[in-house]
Ligand binder design. Sequence first.
Ligand code: NDP
Length: 304
Amino acid sequence: MTQQLDQILCTQARIIDGRDFAETLRKSVALGARAFREKHGKAPGLAVVLVGQDPASQVYVKTKMKKALESGIDSFPHLLDSSTSQAELLQLIDKLNNDRYVHGILVQLPLPAHIDESKVITAIDPAKDVDGFHPINVGLLTQGKASLVPCTPLGCLMMLKDQLGNLSGKKAVVVGRSNIVGKPMANLLLQENCTVTIVHSRTQDLNNECRQADILVVAMGKAEFIKAEAIKPGAIVIDVGINRVEKDGRSMLVGDVDFAAVSSVAAAVTPVPGGVGPMTVACLMRNTLIAADAIESDKAHRYE
Ligand code: NDP
């Protein structure tokens, strides 16, 4: 609460309220889920698989199941011991792929070191891949075709469209090139006809690249790394980063953007917490409803 008050007091830029936006999206998913239940006699179903006891992952999984319930989506938790073998996990994925009450499968990452993440992701039926990480969905997104899109970049795009309307012709810079945020974000912005630059740890003069951006999306995992000198006046800044830091003897969450400094130059900024995070979870619910509709109406891409 104090952190939020600090943010409001030092801000000149608009704060993009991800919590509010996520609530609106969640309500529209709940309406869709109710119509789905009336039509098909069952709710959209989301299987959530967690291997091990990583505290952060446990919190994420709990939040996702709570939001699923609020969205009218049935959630099926599979909380597995950290000693679960890869073969056992793949067996569970196979069972969920064939379960007619499960329309979305989410495997919480990271997985323990003895399990090959990419084997597990590839084993998920692409029609139930609500995280959008399966190579088939990644390929479809790259080709600009309809697919299940990773939740975090999808949430960022929705907020950007809400701020700017048409993104066509805007100069967009994405900081970070991970498979779950940076690369799909760049592809989504390209589909919206932005001119897109991706910067990463080997980029020379990062500040200069960022300063060209009408739209700056930052996903690097470095606390408050982006300062005012990296911002074009009037830019829209989306801060994906989530970093736990100690400040004034308190443990708190901050983004990859120095919120106070950047707010004095940008037109609008997402806060951390309360920006991209809530939208990611809401988009997971949206993807589950879309997957459920496609599967039950036999419109899902099948890749056998
Ligand atoms: P990764 O660690 O997978 O990727 C980080 C990216 O940032 C890499 O491409 C890396 O470059 C780049 N990078 C790191 N340091 C620098 C630097 N000094 N200059 C330029 N580029 C740099 O992280 P993720 O994409 O998975 O996540 C990024 C952040 O977003 C994290 O804080 C994470 O917690 C958060 N996150 C938040 C979500 C949400 O819902 N709000 C969801 C997912 C992630 P290179 O490739 O060259 O190494």
